[in-house]
Design a protein around this ligand. Structure first.
Ligand SMILES: NC(=O)c1ccc[n+]([C@@H]2O[C@H](COP(=O)([O-])OP(=O)(O)OC[C@H]3O[C@@H](n4cnc5c(N)ncnc54)[C@H](O)[C@@H]3O)[C@@H](O)[C@H]2O)c1
Ligand SMILES: [Zn+2]
Length: 764
């Protein structure tokens, strides 16, 4: 993975590798149009370095090893102080080793560290004279760079005039935010140009472009400053301030830094604190509005930096903790059109499988037809694919300079691929004109699923029967089914009919969170439904909520809030029907939110005295004792009823890990991070009040959990929970479709769906 190297068997392989790397680096630093993705380049570079270590007398003079920009970049404007690269570490252990060698070198402990994002763009130096931007220069080969002053006006965050008439050089990174990348590509394709493959290439290309007919913006983030001849009295400030204060000084002049972002630089004093911030930034990466490829850790004090000094390629007082590459180049093989539960027809890219960040990616989301057109994607294209954290893989853009001419246009469907009806193309997201009815069987099966209404005995085959017989046109119809109607169906004897009716009867009193989840509103899976139900307490309050009040629910942003409001309006008749059928419309133990105007106390009120208030809890391993019969979903319900937030992955922000038998990597990770760990017995004791008494909904449904299943089954359940979590993050129709497949597979196979079935479903 991150550390692997290309294997170079002999001198010829070495020579070829040096040539390929030089060619790639030259293209990369000139226009961003390399034939290799970064992971492939880094593998090659490590292979070259390994060969050179073993054959020191064969080193080729054009080797990229040990050179800034691999020796491939050019420039004719000399730098006053070299602009260097950074050395890398890939783990906490390597970082500790590095700090030890740095401290040996300076002969004392490093007084303080600055921990900041490693912005994924390109380094520039901006020279200001008497407060005016005079010249913008690229890093080049480190000793001299190119003058790109012509591009400065379209760089956000790099003011033409500073807030004080000072003379200095500000150094930092120019990148494209995700939004600038989307906009930039849209403008380019509108002008008949080819899209940039990723934001970094976009920034590199834009900086060098001279006579474009259109304007593309980039963003500057400062991470350093130094004096120039003529800096006068601020010379000392610039050379003596600790790095953290230098950044604050530069920001005070009106230059943009990362200070206002979630990954703002922090100053800490211990290696443990550095590591915690590294973990935090790594966890935030996927959701950031711009790309980072690591975390930079710097000795904060000027004296520490001075005494450590610099090598020819990199300073000795700073290090990059690299994060795994999250982009790869692969081929777009075809596009599938899937119809979601709400009738939305969503395209999905089928890719030549490629490994990214430890998992194999074979599909990527494509949003809608307009998106395909805007991205100028073609079948057979080499595409840049991005995947980080739990985020669904997405295609950033085609790698246009790798086109062969054999690529073909992507065909859009003319009728609904599911039922053949007409398509409503009036919105960007295409939709089957039959709407929800197009996927009636899937919607009803989903609603009856284990984590929604949990209606035992209602598998997909049964649902098909009911739909075909015209007995069910939505899942509310389940509650008015009559005994004779069921008996008239094939293979429905007295016993199964009575059992099914009893199961439906039980479902009528499921808590609001499950009823709401059963509605299948896009982007509201299990845990989001619980949060919504707990916040609003009644269906009336949910239905009456506007986008603004929905945003008060943890995890609901502006876009999702608007989408939920819109979908709920559509679902009003169905909800009305459920109310008439006597289905529960309240959440036990929850109280409705305060009326507008009194909302300041929100958050402080009810939740504050709960045992898990404000805590982020992760569950792993097999539960025992009082918790034995609870499925993962039920455990999460329990956590949220007790005021906590449930999560499926351990990070520095986790407050508690409940670790049962066979707990594996999550436990190790929590131990490493010093997170509190409880066994199921302790946890059950802590939440005793919620297991009996008030928390009856949990106890009641406990019988249908993974009773006595092996730890393996628990792991599968976790995988399924993760699918649901992903669906909540992105809210894409096709992800919901995956969750649906799981639900249907589970329903079909019966409650005892074995590991293999579920795994197959997840993979499908
Ligand atoms: N795809 C290709 O063909 C190809 C070719 C050459 C290089 N590359 C990629 O380029 C990378 C190596 O490039 P590099 O030499 O610029 O080194 P680097 O990007 O690994 O690290 C040094 C750079 O980090 C940047 N940086 C970002 N945030 C910073 C911060 N807060 N403080 C200080 N510096 C910060 C600066 O621009 C600095 O020059 C590798 O990851 C490699 O994959 C790719
Ligand atoms: Zn249809």
């Amino acid at each position: 993975m991150t550390n692997s190297a290309a294997v170079l068997a002999d001198a010829a392989a070495y020579a070829a590798a040096v040539e390929e790397a030089s060619r790639a680096a030259a293209a990369y630093y000139a226009t961003g149009e390399s034939t290799l993705d970064d992971d492939a380049y880094d593998r090659l570079a490590r292979g070259i370095a390994a060969y050179e270590a073993a054959h020191p007398d064969e080193i080729h003079e054009s080797s990229p090893t040990g050179k800034v920009a691999g020796g491939a970049a050019v420039g004719d404007v000399p730098h006053t102080v070299p602009m260097l690269s950074l050395d890398n570490v890939f783990s906490a252990e390597q970082f500790v080793t590095w700090t030890a060698s740095l401290e040996r070198r300076i002969g004392r402990p490093v007084a303080a560290w600055s921990v900041e994002p490693k912005l994924d763009g390109l380094a520039v130096a901006a020279r200001y004279r008497a407060g005016r931007l005079e010249q913008l220069i690229t890093r080049g080969d480190g000793t001299a760079g190119e003058d790109v002053s012509h591009a400065a006006a379209a760089v956000v965050g790099l003011p033409e005039r500073l807030d004080a008439p000072v003379t200095l050089e500000v150094r930092g990174e120019i990148l494209m935010t995700n939004e600038q990348f989307e906009q930039g590509n849209a403008i380019r394709t509108e002008h008949g140009g080819t899209p940039f493959a990723n934001p970094r290439n976009g920034a590199a290309g834009t900086l060098r472009a001279k006579d474009r007919a259109y304007r593309v913006e980039t963003t500057f983030f400062a991470y350093g400053a130094l004096p120039l001849a003529g800096s006068g009295e601020i010379t000392e400030t610039l050379t003596e301030l600790p790095h953290s204060e230098l950044l604050a000084y530069v920001a005070g002049l009106g230059v943009h830094t990362a200070a206002a972002t979630e990954v703002a630089p922090v100053r800490v004093s211990t290696v443990g604190e550095v590591q915690a911030r590294v973990e935090e930034i790594a966890a935030l990466r996927a959701a950031l509005p711009f790309g980072i490829d690591g975390i930079v850790i710097k000795a904060d004090l000027a004296a520490d930096q001075r005494e450590a000094g610099s090598g020819t390629r990199a300073p000795r007082w700073a290090i990059a903790h690299k994060l795994p590459a999250v982009e790869k180049i692969t081929r777009l093989l075809s596009v599938e059109w899937n119809v979601g539960r709400t009738g939305i027809i969503a395209p999905r890219a089928v890719l030549e499988p490629v490994e990214i960040d430890g998992s194999t990616v074979g599909y990527a989301t494509l949003h809608n037809p307009a998106d395909i057109t805007r991205r100028d994607l073609r079948l057979g294209d080499q595409v840049m694919v991005y995947k980080a954290g739990d985020i669904i893989p997405r295609i950033e853009a085609p790698v246009a300079h790798l086109r062969t001419g054999d690529e073909t246009p992507i065909a859009f469907p003319e009728s609904c691929p599911q039922c053949g009806s007409e398509i409503d193309m009036s919105e960007q997201r295409w939709r089957c004109t039959r709407g929800r009815n197009c996927r009636l069987v899937a919607s009803v099966s989903y609603a009856a699923g284990r984590d929604q209404l949990d209606i035992e005995g209602l598998g997909a085959t049964r649902v098909v029967q009911l739909v075909d017989a015209g007995l069910v046109t939505d899942f509310a119809d389940l509650f008015t089914l009559e005994r004779d109607q069921l008996l008239a169906l094939d293979r429905m004897g007295e016993t199964s009919t009575d059992n099914l009716l009893a199961a439906i009867e039980t479902a009528r009193s499921r808590p609001l969170s499950r009823v709401f989840c059963a509605l299948g509103v896009r982007g509201t899976g299990r845990s989001m439904s619980r949060r919504i139900a707990r916040y609003f307490a009644t269906m009336d309050h949910i239905v009456a909520a506007d986008a603004e009040s929905l945003q008060r629910v943890d995890g609901i942003g502006k876009e999702k809030a608007a989408a939920v409001v819109e979908e709920l309006a559509e679902l009003a008749p169905l909800i009305e029907k459920l109310v008439r059928a006597g289905v529960t419309m309240t959440e036990p133990g929850a109280t409705p939110p305060p009326e507008p105007g009194t909302e300041e106390q929100e958050g402080a009120g009810a939740g504050a005295e709960l045992p898990l208030a404000g805590m982020k809890v992760v569950v792993t391993g097999a539960m025992t004792g009082a918790l034995e019969k609870l499925s993962r979903n039920q455990m999460n319900e329990l956590i949220e009823r007790a005021g906590g937030k449930s999560s499926s992955s351990v990070s520095a922000r986790t407050s508690l890990l409940v670790a049962g038998e066979k707990a594996g990597s999550k436990r190790t990770k929590a131990e490493g991070l010093g997170i509190r760990i409880a066994d199921p017995e302790e946890f059950a004791e802590l939440l005793a009040d919620f297991l009996t008494g008030e928390g009856t909904a949990v106890a009641e449904t406990g019988e249908t959990g993974l009773a006595g299943e092996a730890a393996a089954a628990v792991a599968v359940a976790e995988a399924v929970v993760e699918v649901a979590a992903v669906a909540e993050v992105v809210g894409e129709a096709e992800v919901v479709a995956v969750a649906e497949v799981v639900a249907v597979a589970e329903a079909e196979a019966g409650r005892d769906a074995g590991e293999t079935e579920v795994v197959q479903a997840v993979q499908a």
